[in-house]
Write a protein that binds this ligand. Structure first.
Ligand SMILES: [Zn+2]
Length: 881
């Protein structure tokens, strides 16, 4: 078999569906290897369609038993079955009912799309195109129907039976050998939101009273024995429900809300109507087993999936090109929820880090695509940082342009106009224009144009007229398939800071006072003049990253020190620290490359001291100041001729220097917060732990005997997983007998916990030592590792390829070859997970020539392999092109 290049699907070819489905009645008889699915569809021709004679239903890996139209069996000679569809010609031109009986094999399903079993639990994943692996259907988001689902199973195998909507009926069949449950969802939905679960699960129950006084039953279903790890997820769910009522006026609309946690899941979680299915990593938490980062992720993902009930479920997407309509908007909503629940500044820093780490390189490389792509080969490849994170930034920019109240008015209009519909990006943006009487025509370019814009800014001050002129130039680098770019509409939030450290009140020439500090940049080059500027100011630009752009501005080390000490905008104060760290690191990289050792970085370390010691700033914020740019950040900044080894050494040098320069301050921080024994996952307590652990990292980097002892003590005396895993990572990174002992101890303690043991895999995968590859290779044969379990693949292989740049990019190409071998093995049964791993190669062209050659060799070997999936072909060929 040869790899033929699959045909892309294009936005411009969109056509309405030929038929509509009013109701779906499913009857699913669960069995591990032979599940029988009876489907009864009430259908009619779509008046908006051009041609309605032929009905083509999507289907994959299905065994077809029978087809009936209006109760009459359709003879086999009257329809056609191809690997991807069931084709029925000559359909009735009025309402009709279509019955289809199919069989599927959940146990054989290792792609984890459609119906499968995970640790004995039957569950489904239908987004984007999994429903076609359960039954033949019009598997597209613009076909909305009301579902009734009857599930039947052996009560011992599956005592709990769940589906979307409200429970209607339950009972026994075959004299108690089988039992069943019927669920009815009153809200029309596309099939990607269908879900079904059957298994031995324990519920943790609670209730929520909506603002109109309705009582909703809340349940989280987990493996028996894990009930005591659900409290945080339940709490997060209730806070999300309340927040959506208060901030957006949106109330929950069913009598029950169920969450099920399963172990094997391709993604984080899925927002199926009334029945969210989660990767159990994002539900289960206790102080002993989960880090603060996991607690935070649980809160944010529970909120995200809940918020989809309105943005995604009540209003869905017309087609998959509009994916950002639900994802970008819902990420924006979950970011806002976290900002309201936690610290807004720290949340924004975390979100911006995420954007720059994942989305900026995507936008600058071979996988660059607009937030709304024009074409795709495999839709599963478009669940990207661009659609999610940049998509959220577009919503944030709309809010910055029209203001918070204007944004709410636009959202209200969106629900008023489109509730119950499948909408488009144009319809979404139109609501903000109509609600605010503004023009977002130019802004819409953000949805169709790829690439991160660069804003080149220069500020001049005129002592005679006491005015300051800010010149802003948009630079739009070309991306694959898009040479020429259109200028964008960017909200640029600015401040001018006078010599005494105070913000100058902005008086924009021609417009007057600028209370919110937001400039609307619309032209390729534009100058904004500020009046009444008494002395030469220092500019604070792109505050809060008001647009997803790269800022280029000529600031001296002294200017950065000044901003770090004075900027009233705490985000930009952090940004100044980050910029200062980055420029210091780049100087060290360059100095090492040219054989000079004179550059040290003491200026940066000293500038940091005052802010880090300032108790008036939140602990979580100070922890962010202490986190140096990662090796990946530095590589992204260098962009070409990247030498991961040089970057690793430069960063280690600066860590050591900061540890030494700030030693006393860091020791004070470490001592001060050490006696807090009672664990609480709240943001303030988590911030204290983050600060203390950041101090520990820098102190450890000094490498003195006392520092090693402190680290070992930190591991041994840890009373929560945040401290234990932080120390484990540092110990494993250092190597030697302490590392071996700690890893052995951790393994003995957690080998029976399938979630916590992933931390043990990660710690070994990201150790920068030369023996790591050999170790990781051996661990793929470990009894607790399985290629078929996505969490294990992500922990071991994913962490190695994406979080260990030094060893993944070994000069001998061993890291690349290992990754390619694993991708080939996984691609045979789970293309979605395999294609994701390939993302680690996306910046290979920026590497120095030796590594570039090795990476290319490994990738070329991959694309020549036989029988590669559509998912892997699409990513690999784009990366190589
Ligand atoms: Zn989502």
């Amino acid at each position: 078999m040869k790899n033929e290049t699959p045909r892309p699907i294009r936005l411009k070819d969109y056509k309405p569906p030929s038929f509509l489905v009013d109701t779906v009645a499913l009857d699913v008889a669960l069995d591990p290897a032979h599940t029988r699915v009876k489907s009864r569809l009430k259908m009619r021709p779509n008046p908006a369609a051009a041609e309605t004679g032929k009905l083509q239903l999507d289907g994959e890996n299905l065994e077809l038993e029978e087809v009936r139209i209006n109760g009459t069996v359709v003879p086999r000679s009257s329809y056609e079955v191809i690997p991807s569809a069931l084709i029925l010609p000559g359909m009735p031109q009025e309402r009709f009912s279509l019955d289809i009986v199919t069989h599927v094999n959940p146990d054989a399903n290792k792609a984890l799309q459609g119906l499968y079993r995970s640790r004995g639990i039957f569950c489904t994943q239908c987004e984007a195109q999994g429903f076609r692996r359960i039954t033949y259907f019009l598997d597209r988001p613009d076909v909305l129907a009301k579902y009734t689902t009857r599930i039947e199973a052996d009560p011992e195998l599956a005592p709990v039976l769940l589906s979307n909507g409200n429970p209607l009926e339950r009972g026994t069949a075959e004299r108690g050998k089988r039992h069943y449950a019927v669920w009815k969802d009153p809200h029309p939905k596309p099939c990607y939101l269908f879900a079904l679960v059957g298994g031995n699960l324990s519920p943790v129950a609670s209730t929520f009273r909506t603002r109109s006084g309705r009582e909703v039953d809340l349940r989280i279903y987990v493996e028996p024995g894990k009930e005591d790890r659900c409290a945080w997820a339940m709490d997060a769910l209730k806070r999300s429900m309340r927040w959506d009522e208060e901030r957006f006026g949106l109330e929950y609309d069913l009598d029950v809300f169920n969450i099920v946690a399963v172990s094997d899941f391709n993604m984080g979680a899925m927002e199926n109507k009334g029945l969210n299915i989660f990767n159990d990593r994002l539900i289960l938490a206790s102080p002993a087993t989960a880090t603060d980062a996991i607690y935070e992720a649980i809160e944010s993902v529970v909120a995200h999936e809940y918020f989809h009930n309105w943005t995604g479920n009540r209003i869905t997407c017309r087609d998959w090109f509009q994916l950002c309509l639900k994802e970008g908007l819902t990420v924006f909503r979950d970011q806002e929820f976290s900002a309201d629940e936690r610290s807004r500044t720290v949340q924004r820093i975390a979100d911006v880090r995420q954007l720059r780490t994942h989305q900026f390189p995507e936008d600058a490389g071979p996988l660059a695509h607009p937030v709304r792509p024009e074409s795709y080969i495999e839709i599963n490849n478009f669940y990207t940082a661009t659609v999610y994170e940049k998509g959220a930034e577009l919503c944030r920019m709309i809010e910055t342009i029209v203001g918070r109240e204007g944004f709410r008015a636009g959202m209200d209009l969106y629900f008023e106009r489109h509730d119950g519909e499948a909408a488009t990006v144009e319809q979404f943006v139109k609501c903000f224009e109509d609600a605010n009487g503004c023009d977002l025509k130019q802004f819409r370019t953000w949805y169709s144009q790829a690439g991160t814009p660069e804003l080149a800014c220069a500020l001049s001050w005129d002592s005679e007229t006491k005015s300051a002129a800010l010149t802003v130039e948009q630079v739009l680098p070309p991306t694959p398939g898009e040479e020429a770019k259109h200028p964008l509409h960017l909200p640029l939030k600015v401040g001018l800071i006078s010599g005494n450290g105070q913000d100058i009140e902005l008086n924009l020439k021609g417009a007057g006072p600028l209370a919110d500090g937001v400039l609307n940049v619309t032209k390729p080059r534009q100058t904004f003049t500020f009046l009444d500027v008494p002395s030469r100011p220092v500019p604070s630009l792109l505050r809060g990253l008001s647009a997803p752009a790269r800022l280029k501005v000529d600031l001296s080390d002294g200017d950065l020190e000044f901003l770090l000490a004075n900027d009233s905008d705490l985000f930009n104060r952090w940004q100044a620290a980050n910029d200062y760290a980055m420029r210091t690191l780049l100087r060290i990289v360059e100095a090492r490359r040219s054989g000079k050792r004179s550059v040290r970085g003491t200026g940066f370390a000293n500038a940091l001291a005052a802010s880090v010691a300032n108790d008036g700033l939140e602990a979580a914020y100070r922890a962010e100041l202490l986190r140096l740019p990662t090796e990946l950040d530095i590589a992204r900044e260098l962009a070409r001729d990247v030498d991961p080894e040089g970057i690793f050494r430069a960063r280690r040098q600066l860590l050591k220097l900061v540890g030494e320069t700030l030693g006393d301050v860091l020791e004070d921080i470490y001592q001060a917060d050490g006696d807090d024994d009672r664990f609480s996952p709240d943001a303030t307590s988590a911030g204290r732990r983050a600060l203390r652990n950041a101090a520990l990292t820098l102190l450890t980097a000094r490498g003195r005997p006392a520092d090693k002892e402190r680290l070992l003590r930190h591991y041994q005396s840890a009373t929560n997983m945040t401290d234990a895993s932080h120390a484990l990572f540092l110990l494993a990174a250092a190597g030697g007998t302490d590392a071996g002992d700690a890893l052995g101890d951790f393994y003995a303690r957690w080998k029976d916990d399938h979630l916590v043991i992933d931390t043990w895999f990660v710690a070994q995968a990201i150790a920068p030592s030369a023996t790591t590859l050999q170790r990781v290779r051996a661990l793929t044969k470990h009894p607790l590792f399985a290629l078929t379990a996505p969490n294990k693949v992500r922990a071991l292989i994913g962490s190695f390829a994406s979080m260990n740049p030094r060893q993944f990019n070994r000069p001998d190409g061993g890291g690349y070859n290992f990754a390619v071998e694993q991708v080939l093995a996984i691609d045979k049964f789970n293309p979605q997970v395999a294609a994701r791993l390939l993302g680690s190669f996306r910046s290979w062209r920026g590497l120095e020539p030796g590594r570039r050659k090795e990476a290319k060799r490994a990738l070329s070997r991959l694309v020549k392999a036989e029988g590669l999936s559509r998912d892997a072909i699409e990513i690999a060929t784009k990366i190589l092109e």
